[in-house]
Design a protein around this ligand. Structure first.
Ligand SMILES: Nc1ncnc2c1ncn2[C@@H]1O[C@H](COP(=O)(O)OP(=O)(O)OP(=O)(O)O)[C@@H](O)[C@H]1O
Ligand SMILES: [Mg+2]
Length: 504
């Protein structure tokens, strides 16, 4: 009996270690039948399922059919050499562990096999009593690799989910966000940022920020953030987008990596155009209130002496000789005009409370038409009236709205040279619950920069004007919870739209 036989007999008598977890399928590839049989007996004795192949062709068949966990591979075989077989195997059965068996003195072959992905090598002649331990170690390593790969896969999934939710948060934000690297190339950008600037061309990640948005060049906000490595807070900038001037608040921050080095910057944009507009309106109202208080005081002081002057002037007119009467008439006319200005002041200062009745705006236009037409005739203007039959009645103070119509029509006619077209048009806007009265002229128009002065008390461009007509109109329509919109093109004409809500 040889030493090997004795050892084998000992193994057969001792059952395998049942606490072991790494049972598995092992394929042994060797051209020596005796070697194959011995390895098989040893490994089976330790509880492994063993398959044997005397050449690489048989080994392939077993690999495909049984998918072993581990291959014990002899590198020196007739036909296909073990190294080529290993190379092929790693392509098609990448997760199968390979332990090669090399003859003494073939270290180079062993090194090559390890390079090609073999897990380990054992030298021939084999120490059979150690074989199971080597196989076991290789298999437990395989399990570790599988678990490791599973953890990596789970981490990858979690990361992808996180990225998806971060991206959807970014895209649904009401602020525009852009992140750039240190070379000012766009790394992240959300839809809102692009919408703010109303760009129709495609913005590509990787593009230079100032190339994509040249309108930012003069503000240098992101550039200076990167150059000074300091964030910018609440910088207000203005953009002309078409005819609209947009007011935007920009904040920037530095982006740091794990080591605390700046790797880029992020900018957030908030559109505050609407807010600024409301603030301006509020300021105008405050101005109006101050003017109102002043007017009230002045009116009281001036109105009484003026009445006295007017009374005496009329008395003088009766008694004066014709030479003086000319001057007395002028004084009379001027005091009447002064009285009118004071009257207008008073209306702004202490607006009459509304006496509202259900009234159709079409009806008001019809009532006003004879006056408007006769004023138009004097200046040889054409007067066109278009009334929307569907316009419903609205609760309004007819007398005050009539004043609005008259003031706006007067302005329109004063803005046109002879033969202009004055259009008075009503429209019902059911979706918005509003009625609209447009007073449109083909006059000189209002320069864009002057539009914001429209309605400011005393703003006038006319030698004889007081600049109170529109202030009164705005104040009346405001009390009706409506609004007046102005659209004007210099040299083409102006449309004032009085919009009243339907309140029932
Ligand atoms: N339809 C219009 N077309 C062009 N400019 C207009 C028009 N309506 C108003 N404006 C401008 O707005 C200014 C203010 O108008 P507003 O009616 O308040 O005062 P006014 O007409 O100058 O004087 P008044 O107090 O006598 O009405 C005008 O002087 C004019 O420059
Ligand atoms: Mg006017």
């Amino acid at each position: 009996m040889t030493k090997v036989d004795i050892e084998l007999q000992r193994k057969m008598c001792n059952p395998p270690d049942t606490n072991r977890t790494s049972w598995g399928k092992v394929l042994v590839v060797d051209d020596s039948v005796l070697h194959l049989e011995t390895v098989k007996l040893y490994l089976e004795a330790d509880g492994f399922q063993v398959f044997c192949a005397g050449n690489t062709s048989d080994a392939w068949l077993i690999l495909k059919k049984e998918k072993p966990d581990l291959v014990l591979l002899d590198v020196r075989m007739p036909g296909e050499n073990g190294i080529d077989f290993l190379r092929n195997m790693k392509v098609h059965f990448g997760s199968t562990i390979v332990v090669i068996m090399t003859a003494f003195g073939s270290e180079e072959t062993a090194a090559m096999a390890l390079k090609l992905g073999a897990f380990d090598y054992i030298k021939k002649p084999l120490k059979f009593n150690n074989l199971s331990k080597i196989v076991e170690k290789a298999l437990s390593m395989k399990n570790k690799i599988i678990n490791h790969n599973k953890s990596i896969e789970a981490l990858k999934n979690a990361y992808e989910k996180l990225q998806v939710s971060a991206d959807s948060i970014l895209q649904c934000m009401s602020a525009g966000v852009v992140a750039v690297d240190n070379s000012l190339n766009i790394r992240i950008i959300n839809q809102k940022f692009i919408e703010f600037l109303e760009k129709d061309r495609e913005i590509v990640v990787g593009q230079n920020f100032y190339y994509a948005f040249p309108e930012f060049e003069k503000y240098r906000i992101l550039r200076s953030t990167l150059e000074n490595q300091r964030s910018v807070r609440m910088q207000e900038i203005k953009f002309n987008i078409g005819h609209i001037v947009k007011t935007i608040i920009v904040n920037t921050d530095i982006i740091y990596d794990h080591h605390g080095s700046g790797i880029g910057a992020v900018a957030t944009l908030e559109d505050i155009t609407e807010l600024r507009h409301k603030e301006e309106m509020l300021r105008d109202r405050e101005r109006l209130a101050i003017v109102g208080q002043m007017a009230a005081g002045m009116a009281h002081e001036i109105k009484n002496p003026l009445t006295v002057i007017k009374g005496f002037v009329q008395l003088l007119a009766r008694t004066s000789d014709p030479g003086i009467k000319v001057y007395v008439d002028i004084i009379d006319n001027e005091t009447t005009r002064m009285n009118q200005v004071i009257q207008d002041f008073l209306q702004l200062a202490k607006p009459k409370s509304l006496e509202r009745n259900l009234m159709n705006i079409n009806e008001l236009v019809k009532q006003m038409y004879p006056i408007i037409e006769s004023l138009a005739l004097i200046k040889k203007h054409n007067c066109i009236v278009k009334l929307d039959k569907n316009t419903p009645s609205v609760l309004m103070d007819s007398a005050q709205i009539k004043q609005v119509i008259l003031n706006l029509c007067q302005n329109a006619m004063e803005a046109m040279d002879e033969g202009g077209n004055l259009t008075v048009e009503t429209t019902f806007l059911p979706a918005k619950g509003e009625v609209c009265l447009d007073i449109k002229d083909t006059g000189c128009g209002i320069p864009q920069e002057k539009i914001k002065s429209i309605g400011v008390p005393f703003y006038t461009t006319k030698a004889e004007g007081t600049g109170l007509g529109l202030s009164i109109c705005f104040s009346i329509v405001d009390k009706h919870k409506g609004r007046i919109d102005v659209q004007s093109q210099e040299g083409q004409g102006t449309t004032f739209s009085v919009i009243l809500p339907i309140e029932r």
